[in-house]
Design a protein around this ligand. Structure first.
Ligand code: NAG
Ligand code: NAG
Ligand code: NAG
Ligand code: NAG
Ligand code: NAG
Ligand code: NAG
Ligand code: NAG
Length: 267
């Protein structure tokens, strides 16, 4: 009984230490620590409503696709800025949905002036008709986020790029300005497009991407400390088996009273 209690205590300590150490890491790795400056002005909602289109799992591919034009030049592309968001009350989003929704609205107003041909698509991952699309992009709690899509009229090939979230915000409304410049200066060309088996248009495994994305959602729903307990239990079982075997051969009361090996902390 004493052993069980001390085992649980050790697990609890290991788990909370790991949580404290890794919590910040995960937060930073997924961009949770991006600076946020309050937006003062509210984008005119009628402009946003007119320029922004609601994309769903059903309509997004036909929306970003183009009809091939043999005579088109390499520069002839159709561009989309995709904004993936969710409902502000949904606890799965790591970033401030209210804030980024306002950044998106402001970006639509600003960027539609400097890049009049760019189209703006909003995807609400909270809605059932967009879930597959969000899972295809492996968006679980790493929302809100932006993607840039360029489709060449020459060959209808689709390039998808993740838009970096600007971290160096010191001025009001700097986020929408960053997004607008990203589009008007074609800064997206400096970013490598998405390739690989899960590419929604060309990937060999594009059909199972929504399922893989869903699996990732379940994985992320399991708190990190559960994995830590799993690791420490496995480590403990293995070490106590080895130690147990050695102790059995000694067969002395002093050896039997030897303290249990410490659970291996996951570093
Ligand atoms: C953004 O614009 C949409 C459409 O006009 C509007 O419904 C929404 O409330 C706006 N969101 C914010 C945060 O301003
Ligand atoms: C995109 O449009 C082209 C024709 O312009 C068509 O051949 C292709 O199948 C379409 N792609 C998708 C994924 O719908
Ligand atoms: C491309 O250009 C050629 C020569 O100017 C013309 O004959 C042809 O119809 C054009 N094709 C398309 C799809 O516009
Ligand atoms: C489509 O055309 C663009 C522009 O010429 C080119 O960069 C790209 O590699 C082409 N994609 C494919 C699949 O041929
Ligand atoms: C948040 O969204 C997820 C998936 O989009 C859903 O399963 C969950 O029930 C939502 N949570 C709340 C509190 O609305
Ligand atoms: C999210 O952003 C909104 C608008 O900028 C702000 O009012 C709110 O306090 C923020 N919430 C959190 C939890 O930071
Ligand atoms: C961040 O902003 C400061 C002040 O404007 C500037 O000196 C610095 O170079 C910027 N850093 C990056 C990475 O853009």
């Amino acid at each position: 009984m004493v052993r069980v209690t001390s085992l649980l205590l050790q697990i609890a300590v290991t788990a909370s230490v790991a949580n404290a150490q890794l919590g910040g890491f995960f937060k930073n790795a997924f961009g949770g620590a991006i600076a946020q400056v309050p937006l003062v002005k509210q984008a005119p909602e009628t402009v946003v409503a007119a320029k922004s289109q609601q994309l769903t799992s059903e309509n997004w591919k036909s929306s970003v696709n183009v009809t091939i034009d043999e005579n088109a030049s390499e520069e002839d592309i159709q561009e989309w800025l995709l904004y993936f968001t969710t409902h502000p009350t949904n606890g799965t989003a790591q970033r401030n949905v209210t804030y980024w929704d306002a950044v998106y609205n402001d970006t639509v107003v600003t960027a539609s002036k400097s890049s009049p041909k760019t189209r703006f698509g909003k995807i609400d991952c909270f809605l059932a008709d967009s879930k597959d699309l969000c899972h295809s992009f492996f968006l679980t709690n790493n929302i809100p986020t932006f993607y840039h899509v360029a489709t060449y009229y020459q060959n209808a090939s689709v390039e998808i790029r993740r838009v970096p979230m600007y971290r160096n915000v010191t001025e009001l409304n700097e986020q929408p300005a960053f997004m607008s410049k990203f589009l008007s200066e074609k800064e997206w060309k400096e970013i490598a497009p998405w390739t690989g088996i899960f590419h929604p248009f060309t990937g060999a495994a594009k059909g199972i991407a929504p399922l893989a994305g869903q699996a990732l959602v379940y994985y992320e729903m399991v708190p990190q400390w559960v994995f830590m307990i799993g690791i420490s239990l496995i480590g403990r079982t293995i070490t106590s088996r080895i130690v147990g075997r050695n102790l059995a051969t000694l067969d002395s009361p002093a050896a039997a009273a030897a303290p249990a090996p410490a659970a291996a902390p996951a570093q």
